[in-house]
Unconditional design. Structure first.
Length: 281
């Protein structure tokens, strides 16, 4: 993930945290080295004392949350007895007292940490904890999607003969990403994900499909493509409905519409026609 992308993801999460809780200060960063998170984004701060601070596993409140893989909080940072105090100077310079830290965890690995803080020694309630956890989850989801996108793009760059199952992995992951996209709240990230799905589909899937004279100009609605992607991955109508958050009858309707547009008489024919049309990988 580039530094620019990291900044956007973290900035959005911190803004969401402040809006949801009313906390005056929020800051955080993603993994900079195997055992250190670098604070890169600050919101509501009065100084730059926290910027660039390297949070090591186990050190301070954030390091403790990273080590324990769970949110941690203190009511008065400078007096807290259950954390180490390597970062007291920076925290004091900013005048922070009550602080909550939440780790960003992707596939059981810590990728960053978010903080929310007050300048008064006031206990934080469950609403603040829940909002902080939700903000961290937003970053986690974005990282999962971007990791998967990078994996898929790397697969499409591999020689077809170099890895026999590469395109089947692409097709399966394409289906999963199509199902995930409608659940993403961030419109920019959702659009980016759809664009990547389009690139994967346009790559042509199997080698015999590239440049095929049978490729047709067909336009399907996004949900029709979603349903076909599930069908191509082997899902039944019921399974596709559960995966996409739709009713089975609705899935049937989208599938019938797609088959009609593609001139297909069976589910398999529809998948094959969609691949030839460059709508599925």
């Amino acid at each position: 993930m580039s530094e620019a992308v990291e900044a956007v993801e973290m900035r959005t999460a911190l803004l969401t945290l402040r809006r949801a809780t009313g906390l005056p200060v929020a800051f955080g960063g993603l993994l900079h080295s195997p055992r250190q998170v670098r604070i890169a984004e600050l919101q509501g701060t009065a100084t730059n004392a926290l910027r660039g601070l390297g949070i090591c596993v186990g050190n301070g409140l954030g390091g403790k949350s990273i080590a324990l893989l769970r949110p941690c909080a203190v009511t008065d940072y400078r007096q807290a007895r259950h954390i180490s105090h390597e970062y007291d100077a920076a925290v004091a310079a900013e005048g922070l007292r009550s602080v909550v830290a939440v780790p960003v965890i992707v596939r059981r690995k810590v990728r960053g940490v978010l903080y929310g803080a007050l300048r008064d020694p006031v206990p934080m309630g469950e609403r603040v904890f829940d909002a902080a956890v939700a903000a961290a989850r937003d970053v986690e989801q974005s990282l999962v999607v971007r990791d998967e996108v990078q994996r898929l793009l790397s697969l499409t760059r591999e020689p077809v003969n170099g890895r026999a199952g590469a395109w089947e992995e692409v097709r399966e992951a394409h289906s999963e990403l199509r199902a995930l996209a409608p659940r993403i709240v961030d419109a920019g990230l959702r659009g980016e994900l759809h664009a990547v799905c389009g690139r994967l589909a346009g790559a042509g899937g199997a080698p015999q499909q590239r440049g095929s004279h049978e490729r047709r100009a067909v336009t399907l609605a996004p949900r029709e493509v979603d349903v076909l992607a599930c069908v191509a991955a082997g899902s039944t109508n019921a399974a596709a409905a559960e995966r996409l958050g739709l009713r089975p009858e609705t899935v049937k309707g989208y599938l019938r519409a797609a088959m009609r547009k593609l001139g297909a008489h069976t589910r398999l024919e529809a998948v094959v026609a969609a691949r030839r049309a460059g709508l599925l990988p």
